[in-house]
Design a protein around this ligand. Structure first.
Ligand SMILES: Nc1ncnc2c1ncn2[C@@H]1O[C@H](COP(=O)(O)OP(=O)(O)OP(=O)(O)O)[C@@H](O)[C@H]1O
Length: 322
């Protein structure tokens, strides 16, 4: 049993503590990731995501804790383990004086010395990120989205088994963003294990098999997106436009709705009623019934399931977005 478990374990972090002077960036942080997962680390800016990755990569010394990658203790000199890892850093890190091809070749050469094999790998990486038309261009000529794709190609050309993506879609246009997310799923389908950090909950939800929500260097919640959402009290959010309702009338309607049995909270703001409800099939009927008896005119009605932001909000009292 134990052997099987370790055979499947790609990342195992136990009780990791990292301080920067007085700042406790990681507070007994634990992480277990199995082969073939796209694992999402979700949290607001400064929650410790990059620090956790850099400790795992042994780019940062840490105060306490154990890190195993591929079932083996990770140390700064474990180059055999490092060559099985790919990193796509948060900041684009490429050489301005080299072309797209030369940049990817340069990073790939850190792991692959055979030139013929490397040429194949670089071409595959170029095709993978869709930079075929830009082979000979230098980074300065590339748009932000294309630069990000180059950054990814540099991190994955040597076909790593474990890939860390640290907020790869920050300041990226929607088209490039979708191409990046599709690419990450393809890498997983080809056998890679992926650690994906972001503060964009939609992205994490779209591609990650499991998600860890963290804040202040601590784990707040862990599970699939559905498990995380089922773990909170809010099961449905209802928004109803109340056209023409003056403040006093809107607030009175919110009070009436807020008193319904399954409604956890209800507010009136900007001409809209926002009700957070427990999961119940009767929510919408009950809320509309209460509004009818309050004699307010009802406009458009929306009902939506909770988001990962609601999970974060319920645990911390703050919004995930900054
Ligand atoms: N070199 C450093 N010196 C001092 N404090 C640091 C340093 N690097 C990070 N920190 C602090 O440690 C905490 C965790 O930062 P970290 O960069 O790991 O967070 P993050 O979740 O990756 O955020 P972001 O998405 O903004 O990079 C923050 O409070 C940050 O200010």
């Amino acid at each position: 049993m134990k052997e099987n478990e370790s055979a499947n374990s790609v990342v195992s972090v136990r009780s990791l503590v990292k301080r920067y002077g007085d700042i406790l960036a990681l507070d007994h942080f634990n992480l277990e990731i199995g082969k073939g997962e796209i694992f999402g680390l979700l949290g607001p800016n400064g929650c410790g995501k990059t620090t956790a990755i850099n400790c795992m990569l042994q780019l940062l010394a840490y105060d306490k804790g154990d890190i195993e990658l591929f079932g083996e203790a990770m140390k700064p000199t474990r180059y055999d383990l490092k060559r099985r890892i790919g990193v796509v850093p948060q900041q684009v890190a490429v050489f301005d004086e080299l072309t797209v091809f030369e940049n990817i070749d340069c990073f790939c050469a850190l792991y692959v010395s055979d030139k013929t094999r490397r040429r194949e790998l670089v071409e595959e990486a170029i095709e993978f990120v869709g930079l075929e038309d830009y082979r000979k261009m230098r980074p300065k000529k590339l748009s932000g989205g294309l630069l990000r794709r180059l950054n990814i190609a540099c991190g994955i050309a040597h076909k790593p088994e474990l890939i860390f993506f640290d907020e790869p879609t920050v300041a990226v246009d929607p088209q490039s963003r979708n191409a990046i997310l599709d690419g990450i799923v393809r890498l997983r389908d080809e056998g890679a294990t992926v650690v994906y950090t972001s503060h964009y909950m939609e992205e994490v939800e779209q591609i990650c098999s499991r998600i860890m929500i963290m804040d202040g260097g601590k784990i707040l919640a862990l599970g699939t997106a559905d498990e995380l959402k089922r773990g909170i009290a809010v099961g449905e959010k209802i928004v109803i436009e109340l056209p023409g309702a003056v403040e006093a009338r809107g607030c009175a309607a919110a009070q009436t709705v807020g008193a319904l049995p399954h409604v956890l909270s209800c507010e009136f703001a900007n001409g809209e009623l926002h009700a957070a409800c427990e999961a119940s099939e009767r929510n919408l009927l009950d809320v509309l019934g209460a509004l009818k008896s309050s004699r307010v005119a009802v406009g458009r009605v929306y009902s939506e399931p909770p988001t990962l932001n609601d999970v974060f909000l319920e645990i911390t009292g703050r919004e995930l977005r900054d």
